[in-house]
Each structure stands twice: as C-alpha cells, then as structure tokens.
Design a protein around this ligand. Structure first.
Ligand SMILES: [Zn+2]
Length: 346
C-alpha cells in the first residue's frame, strides 16, 4: 500500500470523491496542492482536507471560499485567517496563484478578478436564473430557427481573433486582460456587447459564439489560472480551445482548474523540456505533469514552440505521443501511466 505522504495527484483526488461532489473544482485544486479529503476525529467538527506532507487541516468551508466560484472581487479576503500548509512544508513549492503570499507585495490583490476588455460584459452579468424560474420567451426573435438567430448574433457581435492572447495587466497583478484590450487606447465601444444583456436565452446562445471559436493563449499557466478564475464556472463551460506555455510552479493548480472546462476540445502545450519528466524532477514538476495528464476527452493535442535550453516537446519526441494518447482517452477514464511512490512511472 502506498504511504499517504507519497500519494499521487490522481490518488489524492480519489479521496475527495464521496463528500466533495458539490464542489469538485475546489477538490481538484486541493488535491493539486497535496491535500486529501479528511474528517476530523470529532464528528461535531466540520469536514475538510489535510496536507499529506505537513498534516495541516483546513475546513471545507474555508477551501471553497478560497478556490470556489464565489465572486471575482477581493480574493485577499478569501485566504484570510488560515494556511493550507505549515511554514516549512515541501508542498509549498506548488504555488497557489491567488494566495496573497504568492503575489509580490500584494499589489492589486484587492482589485483582483475584474476581467477587462471583451469579457467585462460577461463578468458583470446578473446571477443565472434557475431554469424553473425562467419566463417563456415571447420575443419574435425566438420564432426564428436557431441557425438564423446564430447568424444574426454573428453579424452583430465583435469578432474575437482566431487566437486571443491573455496577459497579466501588470507584472505583479492578478488581473488579466486580452492583448487587444491591453494595446487599445481610448474608450472601448461596448455597444455591440449589449445584445448579451438582452435576456438570458440570448446571452447563452450569443456568448457561446463569442467564447468558443477563439483559442485562448497564455504565456504561463499562472495567467491561465487567473483567467479561468475570472470567467467563473459559466465562462469555463464555454472554453473550447486553449494554448498554454507550461513548466512552472503554478502548473498543478492551473491544470486542476482547466479540468473543469468540460467543453475543452483542443489543447496546445508549450512544454520547455523534451520529455514528460527529466530525471530527479522536483515535486512541483511531477505534480504539474500529473495535473496535465489527468485531463481527458480532448479531440486534439498539439505541441507549440517554446524557448528552452533543454529543447522543447514536439511531435518528433516519443513522449509527445504518450501525452496525446493520455489526453485524448475517453473523458473521465483513468490514465494508463502508473505512479510509484507518488512519482510518474515514465
Ligand atoms: Zn503541507
């Protein structure tokens, strides 16, 4: 039996499967930082999770506040009053992007999450109305065939580029912005977005059109994480195409969150090494790769260029085919790469 201190990411994730089904996004992120589901010995205490290395216990309520979809403002507040690890835990090398300690001097942290440019309208939308509360559609627009309505939206909505590059707003900031928004000067014309505010049904149809045809490109997994948090659960449901430069300490958290993009179809990976793992890889590398390999159900996996002294992953490397095979397996099925004492057996 594997000792608890060496449980791999998929093994840690499995421990959450009974009590955390209502907050799977949080559970994935907890597993990524080295936690397993745990219930304190006294039944009167709340359930939570515990670090497999330092045994730090965190109540479920606090984790869901930090990692769940509970508003995009003031993330500093969400991490107040507790720690996921003790001061010298080896798991601290897996970085939690929004944790105040991870942000240099905490600059802009209190303003976090306001996604600018074309996504601004989406982020400021009213909370979704339950299906049962929705009113029947009486607008004559809905008497048109769906294809025709989609054609109308396509004519009205601004075109996102085929590739939408997302950047951090400032070097120390947790806010993100599209490159087009970053480089644009003067006021933005948001009038075209007003169709998204017309009603929920139009918003659903039109926002799918807005989001799902563009590849979102990120220069780091941290930026991808910040973006995925900013657009919330609904936004993540609409992301189909992603291009990310990985190989950093935020990989584990970023891929844990990317797993909640259930419509993700095509992933372009820019990995600055020629193998899945190099010998004696540190824990953050192992967990980052485990998070990537936990993704499944993709239609296509591509390998993009990146600068690296070690050479980068591309289709000429044998490991590229292994990654592609793992990520295109049927959604939700277990991967075929075994783990030995918490390390991938590759
Ligand atoms: Zn720990």
């Amino acid at each position: 039996m594997t000792p608890i201190t060496t449980l791999s990411y998929p093994e840690r994730l499995t421990t959450f499967s009974d009590h955390w089904d209502d907050c799977l996004t949080t559970a994935r992120q907890l597993a990524a930082i080295g936690h397993v589901s745990d219930r304190p010995p006294l039944e009167s205490l709340e359930p939570g999770s515990r670090c497999i290395s330092c045994s730090q216990f965190v109540r479920k309520e606090l984790s869901t506040r930090a990692f769940g979809d509970n508003g995009t403002q003031d993330y500093m507040q969400h991490f107040r009053g507790f720690r996921f690890h003790t001061a010298h835990c080896e798991r601290l090398q897996v970085r939690i992007p929004l944790e105040p300690q991870a942000l240099l001097a905490g600059l802009y942290a209190s303003q976090l999450g306001s996604l600018v440019s074309k996504f601004e309208e989406m982020a400021s939308g009213k909370p979704a109305r339950e299906a049962s509360q929705r009113l029947p559609q009486t607008s004559s627009l809905f008497s048109l065939p769906t294809e025709l309505r989609l054609e109308i939206y396509a004519q009205i909505l601004p075109k996102l580029d085929e590739v939408t590059e997302v950047l951090p707003l400032n070097r120390d900031s947790s806010r993100v912005i599209t490159r087009a928004g970053y480089e644009k000067t003067g006021p933005r014309d948001t009038t075209k977005h007003n169709i998204l505010r017309t009603c929920r049904a139009i918003n659903d149809e039109a926002s799918d059109l807005l989001y799902s045809h563009s590849t979102f490109q990120f220069a780091s997994s941290k930026t991808m994480y910040l973006f995925l948090r900013s657009i919330g659960k609904r936004g993540r449901q609409l992301v189909h195409l992603v291009d990310v430069h990985c190989g950093s300490r935020e990989d584990a958290m970023a891929f844990a969150l990317l797993a909640s993009c259930e419509q993700l179809r095509v992933l372009t990976i820019r990995l600055p090494r020629p193998k899945i793992l190099l010998p004696r890889s540190p824990l953050w590398c192992v967990d980052g790769m485990s998070g990537l390999l936990e993704l499944s159900g993709l239609e296509a996996v591509k390998f993009g260029h990146c600068e690296s002294a070690f050479g980068c992953m591309d289709d000429s490397k044998p490991d590229a085919e292994v990654i592609r095979r793992e990520l295109t397996r049927p959604r939700g099925t277990s991967g075929s790469i075994r783990t030995i004492n918490g390390c991938l057996d590759v």
